[in-house]
Design a protein around this ligand. Structure first.
Ligand code: NIG
Ligand code: FE
Length: 416
C-alpha cells in the first residue's frame, strides 16, 4: 500500500545531527521543510520531495492533500499509567481542601485505592476501559505510548495488566511499550511487613514476568513514601540480571539519592526530577540517560516544576510526557503538557516538540525507527489542522489533530 501526503505547508522533520537524541542548542532545531510531500510505502517513508504534482496522484493507492496543514513526527508519550480501573475524584476534592498527595498516600489511599479497583476488575473490562483511553491518546497525535503496570501489586494481577498492554499493542493502532512497575508502592496488606513484598518482587514477579516476555522495562518509585535507595538498588539490579531495561521515578517530592543510583545502574531514563539538586543536574547532563519531565504532575498536585532550563543548559537529554494516571495527572493531552512546559518551565515551542518526538523515542530505545521524519523511518505522523505548527503549543487546551497516522495508516481523523 502506498500513500502520498501531498504538499504540506510545513514538515517538521525533527532530524537529529547525531541521529540518537538532541541536547543543548540542538533541542531548538526542527529542520523544517516548506511545501514538500511525503511518499510512504508499506508503512515506511520512502521519499520526501517537492517534485510530485497532482498529475502523479494515480501512482499511489491513497493521496491525502495536506496543503493547508503542517506535519510532525507522531508524538511519543514516554511515561503513562494508562491501564487502571476506577477513578480518584474524591481524593482530588480532598486535595482542593489542602490535604496533600503524600498525606493521602500515607493514610493508605492514593495508589493503593487504584490498586484495590484494578485487582477487582475482570480482564475484559480492563481492556475495554483502557482501549477507550488509548483512542483518546491517539486523538492527540500520539503514535507510541509507554504504559506501566503497578496498580495491582500481586503476581496474577500485575500479569493481567501487562497482558492488557500486550492486547492494546496488538490492536496495531499506537505502539504500546510495556513497563513492569511492581515496585510502585507497598500494597496495604504488606505495610507491616514490607520486606516480604520486596521478596515477592525479587523471587516471583521479576522471574515470571521476564519469562513471559510481557515487559520491556522495569521501573520503580524511589521516594520516602515508596521505596528507598537500597530497596530500589536490589530490585533494579535483579531486574537487569533477568533481562529488563531500567527506568526510575525519583526526586518527585524528595531528593534522596535516586539520580546517583540511576547513573550507577545505567538506567535508560530517570523520570520526574521536580526536586533534583544542582549537583545532580550536572552529573546527569554528562550521561546518556534521558530525563523525562512531567509538568502535568506539578500542575495537578501544585508542586514545583522540574528545572527544565538548567537541565537543558547543562546538556541533559530532556523528554516531556504526560504521566497520565488517576492520582497525579489526570490528562492525556500531551500538547497541553507542552504548553505547561513552555509557560512554567521556560522551554521554547521548538524544544517542547523535540522533547515529545526524537528525544522521547530515544528514551524508549526506539530512535532508529521513530521520532523524526526521515527516509527509511516508520511513517508515523501527527498532521495538524493548522498551517503553522506553533499553534499546537500556543493555542492550548484544544485538540489540533487533523489526522494521526501510524505506519502509513490513518488511525484518527477529525470529523469536521
Ligand atoms: O508517576 N509517582 C508515582 N506514581 C505515579 C502516580 C500514581 C498515582 O497516584 O496513582 C506518578 O506520579
Ligand atoms: Fe509515573
Amino acid at each position: 500500500m502506498s500513500l502520498l501526503l501531498f504538499n504540506a505547508n510545513q514538515i517538521l522533520t525533527c532530524k537529529a545531527q547525531n541521529k540518537r537524541f538532541k541536547r543543548k542548542d540542538e533541542l531548538s532545531e526542527l529542520s523544517i521543510l516548506d511545501r514538500n510531500s511525503i511518499i510512504i510505502d508499506a508503512g515506511i517513508i520512502t521519499e520526501i520531495t517537492d517534485k510530485v504534482s497532482e498529475a502523479d496522484f494515480g501512482k499511489f493507492d491513497n493521496v491525502i492533500d495536506v496543503r493547508e496543514f503542517s506535519i510532525l513526527p507522531g508524538l511519543v508519550d514516554a511515561h503513562t499509567h494508562l491501564v487502571f480501573a476506577g477513578s480518584r475524584e474524591e481524593e482530588f476534592e480532598k486535595r482542593t481542601k489542602g490535604i496533600t498527595y503524600e498525606e493521602i498516600a500515607r493514610s493508605g489511599g492514593g495508589i493503593n485505592s487504584t490498586v484495590e479497583a484494578t485487582r477487582k476488575i475482570g480482564s475484559e473490562e480492563l481492556f475495554m476501559v483502557s482501549k477507550k483511553r488509548l483512542l483518546e491518546s491517539i486523538s492527540y497525535g500520539i503514535t507510541t505510548i509507554e504504559i506501566k503496570s503497578g496498580y495491582s501489586l500481586d503476581v496474577a494481577n500485575e500479569i493481567k495488566m501487562l497482558n492488557c498492554i500486550k492486547e492494546l499493542n496488538e490492536l496495531d493502532l499506537a505502539e504500546c511499550i510495556p513497563t513492569f512497575l511492581g515496585a510502585h508502592t507497598v500494597p496495604n496488606e504488606f505495610k507491616q511487613n514490607r520486606s516480604n513484598y520486596i521478596a515477592l518482587i525479587l523471587d516471583e514477579m521479576l522471574p515470571k514476568i521476564s519469562q513471559l516476555g510481557v515487559a520491556k522495562y522495569c521501573d520503580i518509585f524511589l521516594e520516602k513514601t515508596a521505596f528507598s535507595v537500597e530497596e530500589s538498588e536490589s530490585i533494579l539490579s535483579k531486574a537487569k540480571s533477568v533481562g529488563f531495561e531500567l527506568k526510575l521515578h525519583c526526586d518527585q517530592f524528595n531528593s534522596i539519592g535516586g539520580v546517583e543510583l540511576g547513573i550507577k545502574l545505567r538506567v535508560k531514563s530517570i523520570d520526574h526530577l521536580e526536586m533534583i539538586t544542582k549537583e545532580d543536574i550536572s552529573k546527569i547532563a554528562e550521561t546518556e540517560i534521558a530525563t523525562v519531565l512531567l509538568p502535568g504532575v506539578s500542575y495537578f498536585l501544585n508542586i514545583p516544576y522540574a528545572p527544565a532550563r538548567s537541565l537543558i543548559d547543562y546538556g541533559a537529554i530532556v523528554v516531556l510526557a504526560t504521566d497520565f494516571n488517576p492520582g497525579s495527572c489526570m490528562t492525556q493531552n500531551l500538547p497541553l503538557i507542552m504548553n505547561l512546559a513552555a509557560i512554567q518551565m521556560k522551554m521554547s515551542i521548538n524544544e517542547t516538540i523535540n522533547a515529545v518526538t526524537i528525544n522521547a523515542a530515544y528514551s524508549l530505545g526506539l530512535e532508529e525507527k521513530i521520532g523524526s521524519i526521515e527516509v527509511g523511518k516508520q511513517a508515523d505522523f501527527l498532521i495538524l489542522n493548522s498551517p503553522n505548527y506553533q499553534n499546537l503549543v500556543y493555542h492550548f487546551g484544544t485538540n489540533h489533530t487533523q489526522y494521526t497516522i501510524k505506519k502509513g495508516k490513518v488511525i484518527y481523523a477529525r470529523n469536521n
